[in-house]
Ligand binder design. Sequence first.
Ligand code: FES
Ligand code: FES
Length: 157
Amino acid sequence: MTIEISLQVNGVSHKFAVSPTETLVDLLRRRLGLTGTNKDCGMGICGACTVMLDGLPVSSCILLASQADGAAVTTIEAIERDGRLSPVQEAFLRHGASQCGYCTPGFIITASALLAENPHPSRDEIVEALKGNLCRCTGYKRIVEAVESVARQGGPT
Ligand code: FES
Ligand code: FES
């Protein structure tokens, strides 16, 4: 049994026939080759698979592709603009907020969604927004500082 769905992914419209159990992260990685979205826990705990669904960050490992029917999905591949890193990506580099990098796409998607909704979040608001993203390497301090630096600029995400 398959289900027909329509998805806009990074601005491009697609139609897929998906199985009832196919997750959004698997569709993105296997069918579209968008491997910047990582999959780790597969249980909605770590945030490595975070993408934006209609502008909001979601864990794509616990979202069925069929549940995303009709939505607009943004992955890390669409965060840079015209071949230039976004301000959040630049800030991660500047602050050394990425080490092994496995968690980084998820953090950048979550931070970008936060800053698009609230360009000047407080430190507490940043920490709250990022609480669903786990990092085994950095200790979080540099990640929060990177997002704070963009919040202080209030620039585009
Ligand atoms: S892989 Fe989706 S939350 Fe961990
Ligand atoms: S930089 Fe390695 S898990 Fe976050």
